[in-house]
Ligand binder design. Structure first.
Ligand SMILES: Nc1ncnc2c1ncn2[C@@H]1O[C@H](COP(=O)(O)OP(=O)(O)OP(=O)(O)O)[C@@H](O)[C@H]1O
Length: 254
């Protein structure tokens, strides 16, 4: 049985309140995310995709509506509180990692997130074999650079590290905000496949924004089309499998 992890109920977000630029971005948006869902999200520029992630992440508060995590109301929890159950990977490879720290240190930091323990070499020794093994799953040589400062990695390796760090503590939800968009096509493709393997094999729950319809079709068990602040389509199973890029494109015009 699929269990809901996160439920968004009638979410409305308004920006520039009280000014002549007041705009409603999300318009009574409803979405239930179930355990193990890997949802790809597409939609035109300005459709509200990043705003949806900001509302889930607590960077932006909903003006009305409710957010439930495992049935509990978390609508008023702030961004920091929500890091206990979610992690996010951004488009910019520089955002997810500390540049002067090594790959292994960044991974240790991610694993100890939320704990009071200090980062000490003794802890590193216990973890290095496990971290190296995890890095190997990225298929991009990251495992050979465990002692390299993150700032000296290639963009693809750095973004793969950001993704791994986001998954290390098995958050309830992982938000992938066009996390391969800044990479060249081959590197992007490699990271997408590694992402897919880690999410499906470890039964993680993730939402991934992409502008590439083929990727939205290829990956995930559910595909959502966001248009003008609402969900225009939420396709899964056979319905998603049968979909082509051409049919999908039609949803953009609705
Ligand atoms: N804090 C804000 N203040 C004012 N306008 C905002 C704010 N956040 C988002 N918007 C506007 O809301 C609309 C939706 O933005 P959002 O970034 O969520 O769209 P998106 O679907 O992620 O677009 P893109 O594909 O271009 O990244 C846009 O018109 C944007 O300019």
């Amino acid at each position: 049985m699929t269990k809901p992890i996160l439920e968004l109920k009638d979410i409305v977000t308004v920006v520039n309140k009280g000014t002549s630029n007041e705009t409603t971005i999300l318009k009574e948006l409803n979405l239930t995310i179930n355990e193990g869902d890997f949802i790809t999200i597409v939609g035109s520029n300005g459709a509200g995709k990043s705003t949806l992630f900001n509302v889930i992440g607590g960077n932006l508060s909903a003006d009305s509506g409710q957010i439930l995590l495992h049935g509990e109301d978390i609508t008023h929890e702030n961004e920091e509180d929500r890091t206990h159950f979610l992690s996010r990977v951004f488009q910019d490879p520089k955002l997810g990692t500390a540049p002067r720290m090594t790959v292994a240190e960044n991974m240790l930091l991610a694993e100890k997130r939320g704990e009071k323990r200090r980062l000490v070499p003794r802890h590193m020794k216990q973890h290095i074999d496990k971290f190296t093994k995890i890095a190997t799953t990225m298929n991009n040589g990251l495992e050979e650079r465990m002692s390299t400062a993150t700032g000296n990695l290639s963009g693809g390796q750095r973004q793969a590290l950001s993704f791994l760090m986001a998954t290390l503590k098995r958050p309830d939800i992982i938000l992938l905000d066009e996390h391969t968009a800044a990479l060249d096509p081959r590197t992007s493709n490699n990271l997408l496949h590694a992402t897919n393997e880690r999410i499906t094999q470890d039964h993680l729950t993730a939402l991934m924004i992409t502008h590439h319809l083929e990727d939205a079709l290829k990956f995930g068990n559910r595909l959502i089309v966001l248009n003008n602040g609402t969900i225009k389509a939420d396709l899964r199973g056979e319905e998603k499998d049968k979909l082509t890029a051409e049919n999908l494109y039609e949803y953009f015009e609705m």
